[in-house]
Design a protein. Sequence first.
Length: 249
Amino acid sequence: MKLFKNISLGLTAYSEAFKLIRMLRLWTFMAIPFGISLLVTLGVSALAWQTRAIVSNYFKGFWPWSFGADFMANLGGILSSVGVMLMGFIMTKYLVLALSAPFMSPVAEKIRTHLRPELQPIAVNKFWALLWRGLRLNLGNLVREIGLTLLLLILSFVPPFGLITTPLLFLIQAYFVGVGNLDYSLEAFFNYRQSKSFLNQYRGLAVGNGIIFNLLALIPFVGVIIVLPLSVSAAAVGVLKHTDLDKKG
């Protein structure tokens, strides 16, 4: 029951986060993560286009008959592009989370100062320390998500598991993204290992936060702009209001 309660809290935190963003004028922090998102997205798109050309040329040379060569080349190119774009979508989320760490931590700090001024940070992390922590956490989560995704895709061929594969994949993606968002609010209080241990008690909060993140990320253009500041703000609300952060010592 606690898991479902925390998922609900992670979801509802977004409504308060939106109010805090307006009140504290946190929209000013959107520019840098938007720029990072745009660059990563353009890079993935360019890679997908290049991959399509390479695969198409390979199929043209590999196909033994003249009949159907163009069709197979185009089909192979399209499928390879889709594959790269899907993997790129997963990778883009984590790269943006990792590279935005030094710029999103101030968002979490402003919300902490507003909601829980009595909580004093025990560490002041510098730019490179925040960047390294973001890379370590989010790239680790990326590897874990890919591993679990491949496992579930294999299990999906077994009839009983095929029915639940898609919702499980969505929840797994939501969890790992939520962990990345929640960690921004814990950087001033815990080191990397302590943060992971703390978050293990609040998996539902991470899932709830990540569900909205993934849905917002699907909105063309606008989603890329608002998703990170809004989800980080919601994560901060969740951590500060619905966890035992005051018992950290």
